[in-house]
Design a binder for this molecule. Structure first.
Ligand SMILES: *[C@@H]1O[C@H](CO)[C@@H](O)[C@H](O)[C@H]1NC(C)=O
Ligand SMILES: *[C@@H]1O[C@H](CO)[C@@H](O)[C@H](O)[C@H]1NC(C)=O
Ligand SMILES: *[C@@H]1O[C@H](CO)[C@@H](O)[C@H](O)[C@H]1NC(C)=O
Ligand SMILES: *[C@@H]1O[C@H](CO)[C@@H](O)[C@H](O)[C@H]1NC(C)=O
Ligand SMILES: *[C@@H]1O[C@H](CO)[C@@H](O)[C@H](O)[C@H]1NC(C)=O
Ligand SMILES: *[C@@H]1O[C@H](CO)[C@@H](O)[C@H](O)[C@H]1NC(C)=O
Length: 251
């Protein structure tokens, strides 16, 4: 009887739910303002009644989100309040991925997903490597160009957004009483026919430069009435950016 008792006790620690926590295959990159999913999962579902999952910033140990069976996650850090969510219906399947909304620049960094179940624990680290923003560089604030000559108005992508992800670029002339389309680029195509008639046949992109993210405008044969404010507006998914230049034709 004693021997049987011993065997019973000794066996208990062996019935563990040994598990491995998995993360993404590489660092994550996502645009500013978007929602990103930080993967964290185990192969086999774990019993819920003894489960705890902690998501923390690896550097500061700041608690980002917490799952404890039957508890509401009230200990969430202010910075992440309302921005961090589990996929509640996925937890029972061993999927503890975190959705982080409205991504901010300071969200870049490493996150540890630590899972506790029975006597065991495991963790994985997820890196948000880059929070992309769209930066655009333009011309110096104001440029002058002799009437009749050609002029280049600068507008080029100045961040690691790939040019093929740029969905739309519009050059507009905006003044107090007018806002007219100078040149439009949409989904890899230039639409010269949509230019206002004052600019039609006088404006173009530098086709060879577009793959480099250079959407500078070439305005041919400058006229006196071209004087004014030009704005180049770029869109890539949730991101957008613009640059402005004032053109002063000189006689
Ligand atoms: C976890 O759930 C999310 C949301 O449904 C899903 O995108 C992701 O693929 C799931 N991961 C796994 C490993 O099932
Ligand atoms: C995040 O982890 C990666 C890979 O371990 C490491 O190279 C990087 O320096 C870490 N970043 C920070 C901000 O700690
Ligand atoms: C346009 O950009 C080029 C390259 O960055 C620069 O050399 C040039 O001075 C810029 N032109 C103006 C008018 O700012
Ligand atoms: C534009 O071209 C890029 C690269 O060739 C491609 O990945 C992308 O899907 C294209 N976009 C559209 C809207 O056709
Ligand atoms: C964009 O292309 C134009 C025309 O080749 C050039 O003058 C300008 O310097 C380029 N801008 C940048 C930032 O490379
Ligand atoms: C241009 O970008 C600035 C921020 O850089 C923004 O405040 C402004 O509203 C943008 N202009 C337009 C017309 O979207």
């Amino acid at each position: 009887m004693d021997l049987l008792m011993f065997a019973f006790v000794a066996v208990i620690p062996v019935i563990s739910y040994g598990f491995t926590v998995h993360g993404p295959s590489g660092p994550l990159v996502a645009p500013l303002g978007s929602s990103v999913v930080l993967p964290c999962y185990v192969d086999e579902p774990l019993p819920l009644d003894d489960l705890e999952v902690q998501w923390r910033r690896t550097d500061s140990e700041t608690l980002v989100h917490l799952y404890q069976y039957g508890e509401r996650p009230e200990v969430q850090q202010q910075d992440y309040h309302d921005r961090a969510h589990f996929f509640t219906d996925q937890i029972q399947h061993g999927n503890f991925s975190l959705r982080l909304d409205n991504l901010r620049a300071e969200d870049g960094g490493n996150y540890t997903c630590k899972v506790y179940s029975q006597q065991d624990s495991g963790e994985t680290v997820v890196q948000i490597k880059d929070v992309d923003r769209l930066l655009v560089s333009g011309s110096s604030h104001s440029i002058s160009a002799p009437v009749g000559e050609d002029v280049t108005l600068n507008c080029s992508v100045d961040s690691h957004i790939k040019p093929e992800h740029i969905e739309e670029v519009s050059w507009r002339k905006t003044d107090e009483d007018e806002d007219i389309l100078v040149l439009l680029y949409l989904n890899n195509e230039t639409f010269p026919d949509s230019s206002d008639e004052r600019f039609r046949d006088r404006v173009e992109f530098f086709t060879d430069e577009i793959p480099k993210g250079n959407f500078s405008l070439r305005l041919k044969s400058v006229r006196t009435e071209d004087k004014g404010v030009y704005i180049c507006h770029l869109f890539a998914g949730v991101l957008s950016a613009n640059t402005t230049v004032i053109l002063r034709p000189s006689e």
